[in-house]
Design a protein. Structure first.
Length: 117
């Protein structure tokens, strides 16, 4: 059994929520940027080759933000499993886990006990 400090677990939970908020905001801004770039390119004299290069650059950056968010989701899943097998198994640390209904342990039971406070 792992032993974790309860205060540190609360900090991690808050940091996870903040990170998801930041990544989601970055997704919105990146999507807005892509839309604005497409509209601007269409209204300008950019040729198809130049506009395509520009679209690919902006779309690639958007894709990287999505991939980063996926990595944080994977880290959250791993932390949830570690918490489940620790001294904090039944402690509510305020984690917001949107995967509550779909992410289960190998025993087939829910991997999350936490609820939003």
């Amino acid at each position: 059994m792992h032993t974790f400090d309860k205060n540190s677990a609360h900090v991690i939970a808050a940091d996870l929520q903040s990170t998801f908020g930041s990544l989601d905001a970055a997704l919105v801004r990146s999507a807005n940027l892509l839309g604005t770039v497409v509209e601007t390119a269409a209204a300008s004299s950019l040729n198809a080759t130049e506009s395509q290069r520009l679209y690919q650059c902006v779309a690639s950056s958007l894709s990287h933000v999505v991939a980063s968010r996926s990595e944080i989701v994977d880290a959250m899943k791993r932390m949830t499993i570690l918490k489940r097998h620790s001294n904090l198994e039944t402690v509510d640390i305020g984690c917001d886990n949107p995967l509550r209904t779909i992410f289960t342990t190998s025993e087939g039971r829910s991997a999350v006990h936490d609820t939003i406070s």
